[in-house]
Design a protein around this ligand. Structure first.
Ligand code: MN
Ligand code: MN
Length: 474
């Protein structure tokens, strides 16, 4: 019997549960690690807020803007690109052209944006409403009849920026897209879920007290009062909204979930969970004299294909690596830049779909990731026969597994659902175009892209540990 057990142990692969496989002390550290993460999630509901939060944190730790260095030098640098993307680097001992270690995540999340000209007065009900346009892959019905907060920025013609946050403080109002009552939803309830809420029905209640003028009857009094209130509070006119970026997101803070508090529930964990853990890993590397230069990238627009100026397809990725070559007085020719990228290693830091106890049928359990089993290495993503995926090389993946084992990182592999069940992609394939080794690496979530995504504290901590091991050892 003993022999059989030995052979089983030696030959069979069995993913390990963090809560069983690690020491009580490590579990305590893991639970504590999520405290900072919850704060980050609660403050960072938009990509701009994630950048601002990160800036504050790294400036306090003496990172300097690489564009303001002049002839000075620093080992700790960052650059913000058009307020939409960001890179942070800790310069290592070896030349940049030998390759850098990059953890790249995205800081945008599915949400409901206001239209550029959002405000209207519903004549029948005499209610002021805001029109919306959803962003990313959402289930529209989830956004109905739930408290939403409004976040964003209005840039005025003179360049002044007005930051707006309404709905996060206890004293703030929140916003609601009222759903239809079940009593009158006979027709709605017979429709398929993708159709029973139309985008045009996702309007938000804004106000109902009309503008009053003692002498005259006021036309469009509800809308006028809405504009009057906005003017009083922010000095913004309706025309200023045309260029604004205003986003509706679930109101409220991230918090513990589960009676044992082993989970974090909150909005936007795809992918701010990777943004936060990679930043913390980099800040730890700062304290050590690392061999390779380590870089964290935070990108925008992953949820809609990684295009636009702050997306992973933007020239910013290459340009920042060129900045690093310049900083170290290395050859900044296109040829050397290309070689630098080819020599570099990238973790495409994004989430995977954990197997959901309510919906196990969409997964193939043997190849799906499980919450609480550590960070997930995803060799490929894609759909319909791996189309549109980055497929990491065996060599790169095996090297990482070796490092994770060595550094006692809880890890597992994952795939996005059963074959042909659906699928999806990440920024991995865009970064692989530069010739770097790239693999998807991040935690699994339950209820991804919903208003309240669920993550295991074991996986949040393991992800941080994995990124740190990658920075130090690759
Ligand atoms: Mn993602
Ligand atoms: Mn996503």
């Amino acid at each position: 019997m003993k022999k059989t057990e030995d052979i089983r142990k030696k030959l069979m692969y069995k993913p390990k549960n963090f809560w069983i496989d690690t020491t009580k002390n490590e579990q305590k550290i893991a639970l504590k690690f999520s405290e900072g993460y919850k704060k980050y999630l609660s403050c960072c509901k938009t990509e701009r807020q994630a950048i601002r939060f990160t800036l504050e944190e790294i400036k306090a730790k003496s990172f300097v803007n690489i564009e303001e260095l002049g002839t000075k030098s620093s080992r700790f640098v960052y650059r913000v690109f058009k307020n939409k993307a960001m890179a942070i680097a800790v310069i290592g001992k070896s030349p940049i052209s030998k390759g850098v270690n990059i953890v790249a995540s995205h800081i945008d999340a599915p949400r409901v944006d206001l239209k550029q000209n959002p405000l209207y007065e519903d004549k029948e009900t005499q209610i002021g409403m805001l029109r919306t346009h959803y962003y990313g892959g959402i289930k529209k019905y989830q956004w109905m009849s739930t408290p939403l907060a409004l976040h964003g920025v209005v840039v005025k013609q003179n360049g002044d920026r007005v930051h707006i946050t309404v709905g996060e403080s206890e004293l703030d109002p929140v916003f609601i897209m009222p759903d239809l009552l079940p009593h009158l939803a006979k027709d709605q309830m017979t429709k398929v879920a993708s159709e029973f809420i139309q985008a045009g029905q996702m309007n938000v209640v804004f106000n109902s007290i009309p503008y009053s003028d003692e002498k005259d009857e006021v036309k469009d009094a509800i809308k006028l009062q809405a504009l009057q209130m906005i003017w009083e509070k922010y000095s913004i006119r309706e025309e200023d909204l045309l260029s604004a970026e205003l986003q509706l997101v679930p109101a409220g803070k991230a918090r513990d979930a589960g009676f044992d508090k082993s989970f974090v529930v909150g909005y936007g964990q795809d992918d701010r969970i990777c943004a936060y853990t990679s930043l913390q890993a980099l800040l730890d590397v700062k304290e050590i004299d690392a061999n390779k230069t380590c870089v964290v990238f935070l990108f925008d627009k992953e949820e809609v294909g990684s295009d636009s100026v702050g997306g992973a397809t933007s020239v910013f990725f290459k340009d920042f690596i060129a900045d690093l070559l310049k900083l170290k007085n290395e050859d900044i020719s296109e040829n050397n830049l290309r070689k630098t990228l080819i020599n570099s290693a990238v973790l495409s830091a994004d989430v995977n779909a954990g197997i959901n106890p309510n919906f196990p049928a969409v997964h193939e359990a043997q190849n799906a990731c499980h919450l609480g089993y550590g960070v997930v290495l995803t060799k490929y993503t894609g759909a319909r026969g791996k189309s549109g995926s980055n497929d990491a090389t065996s060599e790169f993946m095996a090297k990482l597994i070796h490092i994770f084992e060595d550094e006692k990182v809880s890890w597992q592999t994952g795939s996005l659902g059963k074959v042909d069940e659906g699928g999806g992609g990440t920024i991995a394939k865009f970064l692989a175009m530069h010739g770097c080794d790239v693999i998807d690496c991040g935690p699994g979530l339950l209820g991804m892209h919903s208003l309240y995504e669920l993550a295991s504290k074991a996986d949040i901590y393991s992800t941080y540990k994995a990124y740190k091991a990658f920075f130090m050892r690759v």
